[in-house]
Design a protein around this ligand. Sequence first.
Ligand code: MN
Length: 232
Amino acid sequence: MKPVIAVMPLWDDDRQSLWMLPGYLDGIAEAGGTGVMLPLITDSDAVAQLISLCDGVLLTGGHDVSPSLYGQEPFDGLETCPARDRMDATALRLALREDKPVLGICRGIQLMNAALGGTLWQDLPTQHPSDVNHHMAPPYDRVAHEVRILPGTPLHQLLGQDFLCVNSYHHQAVRDVAPGLVPMAVSTDGLVEAVYAPDQRFCWGVQWHPEFSFRTDASSRAIFRAFVDACR
Ligand code: MN
């Protein structure tokens, strides 16, 4: 039996429609699991039932995280999806309570950090200007910048290297790391780009996009495989 992984749905505001990037599902499948995109629902009992049917949770990318999650007023121009914030936070809380593996990608690491009590840079270009390109142009299966992988972390154990070249497509990022999360990777301009929860069996977040690069990048495949293996 392959592990079944709940994949948080993406929401298209213009079309008022759910959508999905195939890379999330394909990356899980390549690692030996089956991803299932959930409906966009906020009823916590319904979310709980769906999470109970799955072996792990993938917090996908997408909208900006609402700053209300960490008690701040939103910058002009943020594009949020309150329904996803509620659903993702509920799914995360349930998964952690049941010690089910969680992987957060891009918005996923941000949501994870905010939901667990940390804060975010709401808009990197204005709040954290730097020469590092965090907002690359497509195609996204290329290197945008480097991160340093912190020794002693599970990511360092997995990859066995001190530096990693990653893609990058984000304008928010982890600012104050949440209690219960520990940094695993830091960009050269000081952004926390990967975290994990030491108290959990597997709760990782990465700021880069293995779903765009797993076909050509072994480290992206290794991250999906570590997640799916933890779901078995
Ligand atoms: Mn980046």
